[in-house]
Design a protein around this ligand. Structure first.
Ligand code: NDP
Length: 285
């Protein structure tokens, strides 16, 4: 293997430790711990596992955690009322609405109800708009984590050609915006892009968030390119695989994130960093 492995597990550990001391300092200033509230409409097992991992992380870094667990039959009005209560709660600095919601609920409408200053998941259109304008925003955690990995490994982005595969509001689009902000020249690819390989082979930076295992093969990678794989797919044997053919691509790329252990571990720690940023901003510290 020739590529440098971009080790998200190690970096996330380092950032957790740094965030823990920032939170201790912030708690002393606030006279209380900065608080995260998670709104979860019950019924999805994967969602419950994720919420537990956030609760554990909050305990590790010393942040406050509150779970608003709503029954599966919750109405849109009830959901929005619980968000409004958290907006008004001075002990809550960050609100995370756990997605997906059951089909009878409108996620976009619920997200609109979150005070954008407490939107630690970076999903509110005001934060997406601020990011698109290159202004300070609470940025979606997964792409923010990918950028942090690139920054940590001192990957030069300025003037580089970058491709993002995927255009979701939560990963692909914000990743493209962050790369633009870092002075890369960015192409966004999606399911209607003909000849994905031809686009990717032109790029020195390739970020993939499609949710399609094996979509990006080694033949699509320019020798020496940096590959960031956000894909998180469960293989037939239950193991986690990315969207990139890792083994073969690692022979061609200059640097690559593994799955698991690359972008995945970075996401939650970026949530904690957003919580710190939101609390500081709300209290003008
Ligand atoms: P979405 O399903 O919302 O978006 C997938 C995107 O990929 C769409 O824009 C789609 O195009 C595009 N796409 C699908 N098939 C192809 C194809 N054959 N060629 C090119 N583009 C394609 O997924 P998310 O953005 O939410 O997630 C993407 C991946 O990232 C998933 O594996 C998810 O599990 C993972 N993820 C990882 C996280 C982490 O912590 N590392 C956190 C969040 C997500 P179109 O718009 O045309 O449909």
């Amino acid at each position: 293997m020739t590529a440098t492995i971009l080790d998200g597990r190690a970096l996330a550990q380092e950032l957790r430790t740094a965030t823990q001391s920032e939170i201790a300092h912030l708690s002393a200033q606030l006279g209380r711990t900065p608080g995260l509230a998670v709104v979860q409409v019950l019924g999805d097992a994967a969602s419950t596992r994720y919420v537990r991992s956030i609760e554990k992380l909050c305990a590790t870094v010393g942040a406050g955690f509150r779970l608003i667990a709503l029954p599966p039959e919750t109405t849109q009005a009830e959901l929005e009322a619980s968000i409004a209560a958290l907006n008004a709660d001075s002990e809550v600095d960050g609100i995370l609405l756990q997605l997906p919601l059951p089909a009878h609920l409108n996620a976009n409408a619920a997200i609109m109800e979150i005070d954008h200053r407490k939107d630690v998941d970076g999903v509110h259109p005001i934060n997406a708009g601020l990011l698109a304008q290159g202004r300070t925003a609470l940025v979606a955690n997964t792409p923010a984590g990918g950028m942090e990995l690139l920054r940590h490994y001192q990957i030069e982005l300025r003037g580089k050609r970058a491709a993002v595969v995927g255009r979701s509001a939560i990963v692909g689009r914000p990743m493209a915006q962050l790369l633009i902000q870092a002075d890369a020249t960015v192409t966004v690819c999606h399911s209607r892009t003909p000849d994905l390989g031809a686009v990717l082979r032109e790029c020195e930076i390739v970020c993939v968030a499609a949710g399609r295992p094996g979509l990006v093969t080694a033949e699509m990678i320019r020798p020496g390119a940096v590959v960031v794989d956000f894909g998180t797919n469960v293989g037939a044997d239950g193991s986690l695989v990315g969207d990139v053919d890792f083994a073969a691509s690692a022979e061609v790329a200059g640097a690559i994130t593994p799955v698991p252990g690359g972008t995945g571990p970075m996401t939650n720690v970026m949530l904690m960093r957003n919580l710190v940023a939101a609390a500081r901003n709300l209290h003008q510290l």
